[in-house]
Write a protein that binds this ligand. Structure first.
Ligand code: TXA
Ligand code: MG
Length: 364
């Protein structure tokens, strides 16, 4: 057994979760990115329960999560055989990414096998697949001997949960949900999504911890941005990804970004001088000076200037601040550089969808 497969849950609890999945129920599972709301990927009724619980439109496709076999030597895993029931036309380039990054925070989109349920793909002819690396997700999937469909375990448009407590809070009073507690998610933002389904190159649909630069340097495969290679067509790509809606991952407290040194500019939209404002500041910078501002009450929260650490704490920080009753949350604009693309993407969408009306925001 590999060292990370030690169960954090008793195997009786995992067995109960497996049984719940077999019975067509939902189980919230930890993954290395965010918590997922899992159902048997071959059971249409179970999949419908996911959409109902999340309040997610039925044409927004889900990711299939496959078990990574418990092999010490990852290169010995026969991913082609494991993918065969789900995906068609798995290219050599796709296999290079799989061998390098699975199990891990990378989702790949392929043409779907005809057996894959329309309920899962939102009626599309493609399917998104990943093998999560979290030991509990791996153990559950191995025991289940199937695949689970799992979106992030949040209400549609809201901040994704990175702890078991976040999941419980998200569905409190609505759903009696079994939640497997795997601790805090290490990556903290959702998986990188790369689309191979056009058969003509790889296209980045959602930035995440694994960047195109890392993919290129470790596999030699070039991943294009949407619209960057002539075969991809942004209009076709964008509606496939619910996280690509402008407003997403959003807190109910208004959230804005400020350019370096320009906190006061970001306040101009909020003329109420009694505002209580939480300001995230880089840990690498000395404290802000608020001299000269009328009377808004500021409190500083330090955020890491390391992109990996920042990502791992972003949703935790947004959730905590959202509960503290601030009138406004300010975050510094992430610096340039692709290692920041994942958090920049999430922060921009979170800003767009934030505010008290985000509960019924049409595009959340
Ligand atoms: O890290 C993650 O990916 C997490 C954990 C739980 O695995 N899952 C996650 O799922 O973020 P969800 O449903 O919140 O986001 C999945 C994204 C959606 O934006 C969806 O539109 C996109 O994947 N997606 C699913 N199937 C697709 C397909 N066939 N083509 C393009 N995008 C697809
Ligand atoms: Mg989500």
């Amino acid at each position: 057994m590999s060292s990370d497969s030690a169960p954090l849950h008793s195997s009786a609890v995992i067995d109960e979760a497996v049984q719940t999945l077999r019975n067509g129920g939902l189980v919230a599972i930890p993954t290395e990115t965010v918590y997922g709301l899992a159902a048997d990927a071959r059971n249409p009724e179970a999949i419908k329960k996911i959409f109902a619980a999340k309040g997610r439109p039925s044409n927004h496709p889900l990711i299939v999560h496959l078990a990574a076999p418990d092999k010490f030597d990852q290169t010995q895993i026969d991913w082609v055989a494991l993918l065969a029931p789900w995906a068609r036309d798995v290219s050599e380039d796709a296999l290079k990414l799989i061998n390098q990054f699975w199990p891990g925070p990378l989702t790949l989109v392929f043409k779907k096998d005809k057996s894959v349920l329309n309920e899962l793909t939102g009626g599309q002819d493609t399917v998104a697949i990943r093998a999560p690396a979290h030991p509990i997700a791996k153990e559950l999937l191995r025991k289940f001997k199937g695949a689970v469909a799992a979106p992030s375990a949040n209400r549609f448009g809201k901040v994704s949960p990175t702890s078991a407590a976040d999941v419980r809070e998200e569905f409190e009073g609505m759903l009696d949900l079994m939640v497997l507690d795997g601790g805090d998610c290490k990556v903290g933002i959702e998986s990188t999504i790369v689309d191979f389904s056009s058969g003509e190159g790889a296209v980045l649909l959602r930035p995440g911890a694994i960047t195109p630069g890392e993919i290129l340097s470790k596999t030699g495969v070039k991943v294009y941005l949407p619209g960057e290679n002539k075969t991809s067509n942004e209009e076709k790509v964008l509606p496939k990804v619910s996280g690509s809606l402008k407003a997403h991952y959003a807190p109910t407290t208004p959230l804005r970004l400020y350019a370096s040194g320009r906190v006061l500019d970001a306040l101009s939209e909020f003329p109420d001088t009694k505002s209580r404002v939480a300001v995230a500041v880089w840990d690498s910078e000395s404290s802000l000076s608020h001299d000269g501002h009328p009377s808004a009450r500021f409190e500083e929260v330090e955020v890491s200037s390391d992109s990996t650490v920042f990502a791992s704490r972003l949703y935790r920080c947004l959730r905590d601040l959202d509960q503290q009753g601030w009138d406004l949350i300010l975050f510094p604009e992430p610096p340039a550089g692709e290692e920041w693309d994942g958090v920049r993407d999430r922060l921009q969408r979170a800003c767009f969808g934030s505010g008290p009306s985000s509960n019924n925001h049409e595009s959340n």
